[in-house]
Ligand binder design. Structure first.
Ligand SMILES: Cc1cc2nc3c(=O)[nH]c(=O)nc-3n(C[C@H](O)[C@H](O)[C@H](O)COP(=O)(O)OP(=O)(O)OC[C@H]3O[C@@H](n4cnc5c(N)ncnc54)[C@H](O)[C@@H]3O)c2cc1C
Ligand code: SF4
Length: 333
């Protein structure tokens, strides 16, 4: 049986110093931070993650949601998913984020899960979660059985010949559309990472999922000032109505004036190897009439580079319809 040491640091510096001894604070590392534990402990039970030390970061002062001086919002890394989704400012000004979180997991899991942990939740690819199988993400160079195997739920955007795993997060799709920034404290100080630069495409290193460096602790996420008058929708399509990951989802933030789209921020979930912001869809929407023809053109643009695997070709049309319907709903709201 795998054994590990459980540590509860009280200061960020203490946590970072302990984690910095490790190859990396994230994937496959000897020392790991723990937020709610709903991903990490799950994977430890499966022997997919086998850290020697687990640092419980819940006593760090990172659990606040506060306004920023420029009119945006600062969200601490240990804020629970439930608290974030039900916060009045989030519901009013960043509704797409509240909707996305509430369509994920279950109430019990959302009560435990933290913002930092959700940013780093790992793929649900069945081969990744089964140590009897090979998997390039878990064991670099061992192969990717999903490409010729069970890939119905896996990615159609951003895949490589080494990994086709989907990023499973709902929250991250909304954060991509909201142009969030992730703030990190590491052994060499603090830095801010634009949301679109945080997650990595698999390429030939699918075991590297983010730009985090050894010892990095996510301290908080910031959202820019809300877009006045924006209409926001998160639509998630899945095999059953609750407690299920997305087959396709769309986060939409739109402004419309005189029947024309003046601003659009679009991201897709359930289809990409990372939370998938779509500049192609945004370009197809901006300046055009807010009608079904424009919405469908945007969906075609967003999925233009999609590549089907043996079982997941249905996702291409599903994702197009998901985005078209989300746009229609936002425009009518
Ligand atoms: C049954 C089930 C169903 C689910 N359904 C959905 C769903 O439909 N949609 C969805 O989006 N999600 C779903 N999830 C996933 C869930 O959202 C994640 O497990 C959760 O968000 C992870 O948060 P956590 O705080 O528990 O992470 P943890 O397990 O504590 O940590 C996850 C990872 O993040 C690292 N970490 C945590 N905090 C920090 C930090 N501050 N800095 C650096 N590293 C950190 C940990 O070391 C670990 O690698 C589901 C989970 C389960 C178990
Ligand atoms: S898709 Fe990625 S996570 Fe799944 S088996 Fe292949 S390498 Fe592993």
């Amino acid at each position: 049986m795998h054994t590990f040491e459980f540590i509860r640091p009280v200061a960020a510096e203490e946590a970072i110093a302990a984690a910095a001894q490790s190859k990396t604070a994230q994937q496959g590392a000897e020392v790991r931070f723990m937020g709610g534990g709903t991903t990490l402990i799950d994977l430890m039970k499966l022997n997919v993650e086998t850290p020697g030390r687990v640092l419980d970061i819940n006593r760090l002062p990172l659990d606040q949601i506060e306004p920023t001086s420029d009119g945006g919002l600062r969200i601490g890394a240990t804020v629970r998913n439930s608290d974030l989704a039900n916060h009045a400012t989030v519901q009013n000004d960043y509704a797409v984020l509240s909707q996305a979180i509430l369509q994920g997991a279950s109430a019990q899991i959302r009560n435990m899960a933290t913002v930092g942990g959700n940013l780093l939740q790992r793929t649900r690819c069945v081969y990744f979660r089964d140590t009897a199988m090979s998997c390039n993400k878990r064991e670099p160079g061992s192969g990717c059985p999903a490409i010729t195997g069970h890939n119905r739920t896996l990615a159609i955007l951003g895949a490589s010949e080494h990994c086709i795993a989907t990023n499973p997060s709902d929250m991250c799709v909304a954060l991509a559309a909201l142009a969030a920034t992730i703030h990190v404290q590491g052994p060499n100080g603090t830095r801010a990472i634009a949301f679109g630069d945080f997650h990595l495409l698999p390429g030939d290193t699918p075991h590297r999922e983010t730009v985090l460096r050894p010892g990095d602790l996510i301290t908080h996420v910031t959202l820019p000032k809300p877009i006045a008058g924006s209409r926001q929708v998160y639509l998630k399509l899945r095999d059953r109505a609750s407690y299920e990951f997305a087959l396709a989802s769309a986060a939409v933030v739109l402004t419309i004036a005189s029947g024309k789209i003046t601003q659009a921020r679009i991201a897709l979930g359930g289809v990409g190897t990372k939370p998938w912001r779509s500049p192609e869809a945004e370009a197809a929407l901006s300046g055009n009439p807010a009608n079904d023809a424009t919405f469908r053109q945007a969906a075609e643009a967003a999925l233009r580079d999609a590549q089907a695997q043996s079982e997941n070709g249905f996702k291409i049309e599903l994702a197009k319809r998901c985005l078209t319907h989300a746009l229609r709903t936002a425009a009518a709201s």
